[in-house]
Design a protein around this ligand. Structure first.
Ligand code: HEM
Length: 200
């Protein structure tokens, strides 16, 4: 039996639902560590940590197709849980921004959303991700039909690029970490684009 066949056999016996609590653990750990050791800027630590978990979960979700195509490892049944947990981290990141960072100061929030390019890009990414999260269920796939549903979910590609650009712009100088995320997303999106082109 090849490695891929053994992994696929194991996957058949492991349901997707434990991924929800499992992927929640890093967020809970982050929250707990900030409570234990707030440091000079606990809100920033929380906000940044949640943003990075969102990007990491998005990478995990986007790796599933190349893993299946290139290594024949089929983890497709876990994609929904990973995608929804990525959205959970983006939403938690936004909640920290609104409630803790800006303390619901709508004037300052409005100024950020209209004047700061990195916030505008982050909001765009978030807006694209909302319909994807809302339709990540069997009822929506049935209602929209698989073709429309799949087209809608292509939105994840601009959303991840915008998410990474948000991180790059936030840093004001070129920094390795955000550029690495951007490069990883460009490769993953490029792979899907190349696959779609080859099919047509
Ligand atoms: C409604 C949309 C969003 C808002 C208002 C927002 C806001 C923010 C703010 C205020 C910061 C910290 C900036 C600073 O400290 O100067 C930040 C950082 C960050 N955000 Fe967002 N964000 C949004 C969407 C997103 C999305 C969609 C992603 C990912 C997919 C994301 C990932 C990140 C990351 C990775 C960081 C930096 C973390 C670090 O420095 O380690 N954000 N965001």
């Amino acid at each position: 039996m090849s490695v891929a066949q053994s992994v696929n056999a194991a996957v058949r016996g492991i349901p997707a639902w434990p991924l929800y609590p499992l992927l929640l653990l890093p967020g809970l750990w982050l929250f707990w560590s900030v409570l234990q050791n707030p440091g000079p800027n606990p809100v920033e630590t929380l906000e940044h940590g949640l943003g990075e978990y969102a990007l990491k979960a998005l990478i995990l979700g986007l790796l599933i197709t190349p893993l299946r195509d290139l290594l024949r490892i089929n983890l497709v049944k876990y994609r929904r849980a990973i995608g929804l947990m990525a959205f959970f981290y983006v939403a938690a990141h936004l909640v920290v921004y609104l409630f803790l960072d800006q303390q619901l100061n709508w004037g300052a929030i409005f100024r950020d959303i209209t004047k700061r390019p990195y916030i505008i890009v982050g909001v765009l990414s978030f807006l694209i991700l909302i319909p994807l999260a809302l339709t990540s269920n069997n009822a929506s796939i049935r209602k929209l039909g698989p073709l429309v549903w799949r087209r809608l979910h292509w939105g994840v590609y601009p959303a991840v690029i915008l998410g990474a650009v948000h991180f790059v712009l936030m840093k004001k100088t070129w920094q390795v970490e955000p550029l690495t995320y951007l490069a990883i997303f460009c490769v993953l999106v490029g792979y899907r684009g190349w696959k779609a082109l080859r099919r047509t």
